[in-house]
Write a protein that binds this ligand. Structure first.
Ligand SMILES: *[C@@H]1O[C@H](CO)[C@@H](O)[C@H](O)[C@H]1NC(C)=O
Ligand SMILES: *[C@@H]1O[C@H](CO)[C@@H](O)[C@H](O)[C@H]1NC(C)=O
Ligand SMILES: *[C@@H]1O[C@H](CO)[C@@H](O)[C@H](O)[C@H]1NC(C)=O
Length: 580
């Protein structure tokens, strides 16, 4: 038997360079096997992320030996535990409500059900007619156990469902802590939205559960799936679908048309670019939105004329959502390369990370004229020697994007991949599956295998001494000062201190719904041991619900402290705090 010590010295002899200390740098780190394709991801507790796939032939099994298509991914042990689900979670969206419950909306339809039955007959959970009507939502109760013991998904398909069957819908937590559910398609069609659900509905129900028709969704056909939607600090909702944008007033049920994205850039599925609300800062919380990538192909192009080799656009467009900013319109910038299905992750220091996707083609599977294996897209950006991008919102136009110091991986994250910031402060990447089911593409053949390898992208501070937040209250009321203890590593300058309140969002189809960063004013005590923080003024600046507080001192960021923002009551909640 060889002891650990002799193994280590053996490794040292073989790889002496590996033992040399290196300066902290960004790095991709492989973290294990997700058991199911991480097609959707949402952090539900400080240690757990829920991953969803479709009902398929994933290798992970439930305790009773059935195929799993949902899993709890433990961020500390890097292991997946099967979740037993009844309905099919394929191509859904979701968010956390004001009471901490996670809701997953939309997905399964008969087309997918029949594929699943035909393929996996005998191993599905229940021989169940109800699956036909399984259009969500599904609820995960707040889950306090760090290992996920006892955490379950609650489904009541009879009583708890949307008014419309929706696939490819977006969900957004709004100012009263409920979910706004936007658009989608009734049934599966392979590419364009040819059977649209051009309306909005809410959970819990508003208007007696009658969906609100949307002229905007009508106009933005047929490239309007997974609309990119954002809760603005005044409670209104900004939306992008195809190349069009509006501000929707939830309370008045009115839309205001805003300028189109310039130069024909289209950013919703199946021409997936992505978009994010930039970090909001006191005292004015001026909202700005950044939309990057996608395609400039006309949306009238017949599917047979589309190719996985068509270049994606490198365009980023940014708008300030004030009357003056809207009058000025979108400002155009460019990424170093085109990107289809990119994702943008808000980082606690206020930068945006752009990663995932390909540099050519479109979203969806095997549905256009020229594909790469089953994939409608090609040239994965993190593999084709293209690295992620860091975007600095406050930098001057033309110098906001940098790839300096960012690493490359050999794992393609194409269609059906996810990425999320974790409470630990690094970025979790999972999934990718541009195939009709779990598929291994033999080496040398075109296409991309179903991907189960989980990675993190670790910022340099993961290898450094980090600040800590101590005694953070579990509940943070609006417009209130509160004091927490902090430790700051010796030698780290305290000239730049940032305190970020963050919703980590729900990752699905190149969009992170409800992701949000609101900076909070913070004053460090003279002895540098406590920090007095002022919470956001009201529930419109930060829709009430679970969040993480991160402290960034210079180049280092703390682990996120889990808090409930607002009262934690069931939605809809009344306005809280003071108006802006
Ligand atoms: C947006 O797309 C539509 C077609 O869907 C097109 O008519 C319009 O000119 C585009 N707008 C811009 C600014 O390119
Ligand atoms: C898996 O999907 C491929 C197409 O992507 C299809 O050819 C194959 O028959 C499917 N396998 C099963 C077991 O359904
Ligand atoms: C949270 O609120 C929703 C909507 O009212 C409700 O369905 C759900 O059961 C609540 N969660 C808990 C844990 O009470």
């Amino acid at each position: 038997m060889i002891g650990l010590g002799s193994l280590l010295s053996f490794a040292y002899l073989l790889f002496p360079a590996a033992a040399a200390p290196s300066a902290p740098a960004w790095q991709f780190v492989e973290k294990g096997h997700s058991g199911i394709v991480g097609l959707e991801a949402i952090v539900v507790s400080p240690t757990l992320t829920v991953l969803f796939d479709r009902a398929s032939n994933d290798p992970l099994r439930t305790a009773d030996g059935k195929v799993a298509w949902g899993a709890l991914w433990n961020l500390e042990t890097n292991t997946a535990t099967a979740l037993k689900l009844v309905s099919d979670t394929f191509c859904a969206s979701g968010a956390l409500l004001s009471n901490g419950t996670m809701l997953r909306c939309g997905a399964l339809n008969q087309y997918i059900r029949s594929v699943w039955e035909a393929t996996f007959h005998g191993s599905r959970h229940e021989p169940d007619w109800r699956l036909r009507r399984a259009y969500g939502p599904e609820i995960v109760r707040p889950c306090a156990n760090p290992l996920g013991v006892g955490c379950t998904i609650f489904e009541d398909l009879e009583n708890l469902h949307l008014a419309e069957t929706r696939w490819y819908t977006s969900s957004l937590r709004i100012f009263d802590g409920s979910l706004m559910i936007v658009g989608g398609i009734h049934e599966g069609t392979p590419f364009y939205n040819t059977d649209p659900v051009n309306n909005f509905e809410f959970f819990p129900k508003k208007d007696g559960g009658v969906p609100r028709p949307s002229a905007f969704l009508e106009r933005s056909l047929p490239v309007n799936l997974f609309p990119r939607v954002f809760a603005l600090p005044d409670g209104k909702v900004f939306m992008i679908a195809n190349n069009q944008s509006i501000i929707y007033d939830v309370e008045a049920n009115t839309e205001t048309i805003l300028p189109d994205l310039p130069n024909g850039a289209r950013i919703t599925n199946p021409f997936d670019g992505t978009a994010t609300l930039l970090p909001l800062s006191p005292p004015d919380y001026i909202p700005e939105v950044l939309a990057c990538g996608g395609s400039t192909m006309p949306d009238t192009t017949p599917v047979e004329d589309l190719s996985s080799q068509d270049p994606a656009t490198s365009q980023c467009s940014r708008i300030t959502l004030t009357p003056a900013g809207i009058a000025k319109g979108w400002e155009v910038d460019h990424m170093p390369q085109g990107r289809i299905m990119p994702e943008m992750i808000l980082l606690p220091n206020g930068q945006i990370l752009i990663t995932n996707g390909g540099s050519t083609g479109y979203a969806a599977v095997a549905s256009i004229g020229v594909t790469t294996g089953n994939s409608n897209a090609d040239h994965p950006v993190c593999v084709s020697s293209f690295t992620p991008i860091l975007y600095t919102p406050s930098a001057a136009l033309g110098s906001r994007m940098s790839q300096k110091g960012l690493p490359t991986t050999n794992i393609a994250r194409m269609y059906h991949s996810t990425v999320t910031l974790t409470p630990q402060g690094n970025i979790l990447l999972a999934g990718s599956n541009p195939n009709g089911n779990i598929t291994v593409i033999p080496a040398g053949q075109p296409g991309f295998s179903s991907e189960f390898r989980v990675e993190t992208l670790d910022p340099p501070f993961m290898q450094m001494a980090r600040p800590t937040l101590i005694n953070v209250p579990a509940k943070i009321p609006f417009n209130q000062k509160f004091t927490v203890r902090v430790t700051i590593p010796s030698g780290v300058s305290t000239s730049s201190i940032k305190v970020a309140l963050m919703d980590l969002g729900f990752s699905s189809h190149a969009f992170h719904s409800s992701a949000r960063l609101v900076f909070m004013d913070a004053v460090l005590s003279a002895d540098k041991r406590s920090l007095t923080i002022t919470s956001p003024p009201n529930n419109r600046v930060f829709p009430p619900g679970p969040a993480y507080i991160f402290l960034t001192v210079g180049e280092t960021t703390s682990v996120g402290a889990h808090v409930m923002v607002g009262s934690g009551a069931n939605p809809p909640v009344a306005d809280q705090g003071v108006p802006l």
